[in-house]
Ligand binder design. Structure first.
Ligand code: BGC
Length: 479
């Protein structure tokens, strides 16, 4: 192989190799050592919410078994590890009126252990698990959350920011708002279609921006870190590329997912114009005096614009998108969009129906981000493949998925010149997969949930990932 061909199979020097988890999905210890309940504790304890009525009370028990996770991180050779803080473990009722020392100790240990093993921590402040005490006060639907989140963020920057240099304020505001407040299959399980999720998204954007400014004004100079929010998106490919309607529906689809949060933060402080006009128009026709999508004031737009130091992208899948006229009597986010995402029958499906395997969609999405948002520094903060339970340790389909995806990322780096600095596999471990409970598995490590020791065993895909990491790419020839 020529040197030029070899370099196309190699990642840039210093490329970040990571895996990700989230507190509620792995920690367990749901009421240990003074932790307060989160919305997920309350939600998953209700009957009928989760497959087999499972919950994260124990999960991977990482609160007590952190050393086992660290061993996996070291075995893989990760240079980055993304995890989230349980807000209610640190601040049991959500505010700094009550600080839980044991929670601080736990995360200090994680951070210090990572650093002493040359692994850079990437810390998410809120990954779906709002303290229940705050939900009881209106949660993300209430504007009060903006200041409360700011107080929590400042507390975390002050407590851990001497060592943590990568912060993600909120994980996937789109999924958080849609599944938690519109569809109701995630905590807190509210269903007020077409209204509440827009309010929630609005407050999340303001909360994120305020926290970014707090970091920027009070901590950045000393701590020299980076702050962003993690945005998820499918790639939208026109169902019929020769249909102008399908092509413009793709723009709707992207605006209502990625653009909803990326435009305000990375572009102009405001929602995408198609989103504004579409929702306003439908709201008017539905007899409302104002749009169901709240508006930002000029001052708020100024406050939100530019509040990210890098682009954190979570990518799982793609859709073929078709225009679809929706009746006005149905008021919902999905009807506002007037674009239908369809899985192409030729795409392989993972162990969960929504996750069709489309690695090339990621390359297109990376290009779209590069062009639309002015060539930002990008970290792919989540990407992964689900297997059904019970899984095989020989997870060949997941191996192909990761290989295919990483090859597309290499093309985006070398051919399209996207500025991609790191990649995080979802997930380090099999864990509590929200409404699916333990029925599907995303791990690079298998977890035996029937064994009280919860042993972690590497999958074939984990071994493959370790090999790619150790070669910083796909040139293994010298072995
Ligand atoms: C979330 C993870 C989740 C993963 C797979 C992402 O939406 O951030 O918490 O486990 O997707 O569904």
């Amino acid at each position: 192989m020529t040197l030029a061909a070899e370099s196309k199979l190699t990642f840039p020097k210093g490329f970040g190799w990571g895996a990700a988890t989230a507190a509620y999905q792995v920690e367990g210890g749901w009421n240990a050592d003074g932790k307060g309940p989160s919305v997920w504790d309350i939600f998953s304890h209700q009957e009928g919410k989760i497959v087999n009525d499972e919950n994260g009370d124990l999960a991977c028990n990482s609160y007590y078994f952190w050393e086992k996770d660290l061993k996996c991180i070291k075995e893989l050779g990760l240079t980055y590890y993304r995890f989230s803080l349980s807000w209610a473990r640190l601040l049991p009722n959500g505010t700094t009126c009550n600080i839980n020392r044991k929670g601080i100790d736990y995360y200090n240990k994680l951070i210090n252990d990572l650093l002493s093993n040359q692994v850079t921590p990437v810390v998410t402040l809120n990954h779906f698990d709002l303290p229940q005490a705050l939900e009881d006060m209106g949660g993300w639907a209430s504007e009060e959350i903006v200041n409360i989140f700011d107080e929590y963020s400042a507390f975390c920057f002050r407590t851990f920011g001497d060592r943590v240099k990568f912060w993600i304020t909120i994980n996937e505001p789109y999924v958080y708002a849609d599944l938690g407040y519109e569809v109701g299959i995630h905590a807190p399980g509210l269903k007020q279609p077409g209204t509440l999720l827009y309010q929630v998204g609005h407050n999340m954007l303001k909360a994120h921006a305020k926290a970014w400014h707090t970091y920027n004004n009070l901590f950045r100079q000393l701590q020299k870190g980076f702050v962003s929010l993690a945005l998820n998106s499918d790639w939208a490919e026109p169902y019929d590329p020769s249909s102008p309607q399908d092509v413009s529906s793709c723009e709707h689809y992207m605006s209502f997912s990625l653009g909803w949060f990326a435009n305000p933060v990375f572009k102009d402080g405001d929602y995408p114009s198609v989103m504004k006009s579409q929702i306003k128009d439908r709201s008017e026709k539905q007899g409302m005096a104002v749009s169901r999508l709240p508006e930002f004031t000029a001052e708020e737009k100024k406050m939100i614009k530019g509040t990210a130091d890098f682009f954190a992208l979570n990518y799982y899948t793609s859709r073929k998108v078709q225009h679809s006229e929706k009746p006005l009597d149905v008021q919902s986010f999905h009807t506002d969009k007037e674009a239908e995402g369809i899985v192409d029958p030729s795409w392989p499906i993972s162990g969960v129906s929504w996750l069709a395997v489309v690695p090339w969609g990621l390359r297109k999405l990376l290009n779209y981000i590069k062009i639309t948002y002015n060539n930002p520094i990008i970290y792919i903060t989540e990407n992964g493949f689900a297997e059904k339970d019970p899984p095989s340790l020989e997870d060949d389909r997941r191996c192909d998925f990761y290989k295919g995806t990483l090859l597309e990322i290499l093309k985006a780096i070398h051919e399209d010149k996207a500025d991609i600095r790191g990649y995080f596999a979802w997930s380090l471990l099999d864990n509590f997969e929200w409404s699916y409970g333990y029925s599907i598995r995303f791990g690079l490590y298998h977890v035996d949930f029937k064994n009280p020791e919860l042993p972690r065993t590497v999958y074939k895909s984990g071994k493959q990932y370790a090999k790619i990491i150790s070669h910083n790419g796909f040139i293994y020839a010298k072995e």
